[in-house]
Design a binder for this molecule. Structure first.
Ligand SMILES: [Zn+2]
Length: 336
């Protein structure tokens, strides 16, 4: 290569040497830089390499944040794990405490706010019927409320734990339109609620709080899922009823029914009407069992005829309250 220089004049040779030195230095510098960046790439995981190869500076920032988030998630999972083991310990302490309460039958230790004042009893006038709807709120509740408003009738809704915004707003509408809102347990899970007195109280406390939170009203009456005496609670229904009554809460069964819950298939509309009107004509007063769960469309269809039929039989339609004696409608005799 040095032989090339001899073709240039001595003055030009000097300049050419300087340019060559600069080019050579630049090549060396680039090679070192390339080696260093390759090393960085080899040191990071495949997942991160994808980020390095394909992303803009802005995306890089996002991916950095993602990485940060992944790390934070890992830490959160660890914390959650620790928390779970603490809450499992708390749970087992809670379970043994409840077990002891059930053994001692000392329910006064549970839910100190779950009480209501029992007002003095009101005489129910002759020829009074109370329409009641269980298992809502659902879309059918909306239609039932429309019918009741149109017919200017007040009724009673035994609600379950529908804590969706729509469920809560329907509970509020029930109250705002002057009906009675009452409890039918939160879960409506027979095995769970009838497992023990304290299990019933726990569920009852949940529905009580949901109603209060949704409506601002503290409910005072309830209905046992399946009625006050059924095959799931035959061993403890007296105990549950006694504890609820000690707390001031009365329950209502029924002496008339639309028969809209006898099977999973909808009872025909005309059968619902006949079931109520066929038996009500022999009553002086009564509580009618109906359902406003989602599937009960024929109940909605039957309701206007049931209301008109009861009116033409000379009945006043009213709503239940804690001051009404539930005994005449109870499935348990004697009630108290
Ligand atoms: Zn029910």
């Amino acid at each position: 290569m040095l032989n090339i220089y001899k073709y240039f004049k001595p003055k030009k040779r000097k300049g050419l040497l300087i340019i060559s030195s600069i080019i050579f230095s630049a090549i060396i510098f680039c090679s070192i830089k390339f080696c260093m960046s390759s090393k960085t790439e080899r040191d990071i995981s495949t997942e991160d390499k994808i980020f390095v190869e394909n992303i803009s500076p802005q995306e890089n920032k996002i991916n950095y944040n993602l990485k940060e988030n992944q790390n934070a998630n890992k830490q959160n999972k660890e914390k959650e794990k620790n928390k779970n083991s603490i809450s499992k310990k708390e749970e087992s302490v809670h379970v043994s405490k409840i077990k002891k309460i059930d053994e001692d039958k000392d329910y006064t230790k549970l839910y100190p706010d779950l009480y209501c004042n029992r007002p003095s009893e009101q005489i129910v006038p002759s020829k009074t019927i109370f329409l009641t709807f269980d298992d809502g709120p659902s879309d059918n509740t909306t239609e039932i409320l429309d019918i009741l408003r149109q017919k200017d009738i007040k009724a009673t809704f035994f609600v379950t734990g529908n804590a969706t915004p729509k469920g809560k707003s329907l509970m509020k509408r029930i109250v705002d339109e002057g009906h009675t809102i009452a409890m039918h347990t939160y879960s409506h899970n027979y095995k769970q609620i009838y497992g023990s007195v304290s299990a019933f109280l726990e569920d009852f406390n949940n529905i009580y709080n949901l109603i209060y939170e949704s409506t601002g009203v503290k409910p005072t009456i309830f209905r046992f899922p399946g009625g006050s005496k059924n095959s799931f609670n035959k061993d403890n229904y007296i105990e549950i009823a006694a504890e609820m009554r000690r707390r001031g809460f009365d329950y209502f069964d029924w002496n008339l029914s639309a028969g809209d819950a006898v099977s999973r298939v909808c009872t025909p509309t005309q059968t619902c009407i006949n079931n109520v009107l066929g038996h009500s004509k022999n009553c002086d007063h009564g509580v009618v069992l109906m359902h406003d769960a989602n599937a009960k469309v024929t109940t909605v269809e039957a309701l206007p005829s049931i209301i008109d039929g009861l009116k033409s039989q000379g009945f006043n339609l009213s709503k239940l309250a804690n001051e009404i004696d539930p005994a005449p409608y109870s499935l348990i005799k004697p009630y108290r």
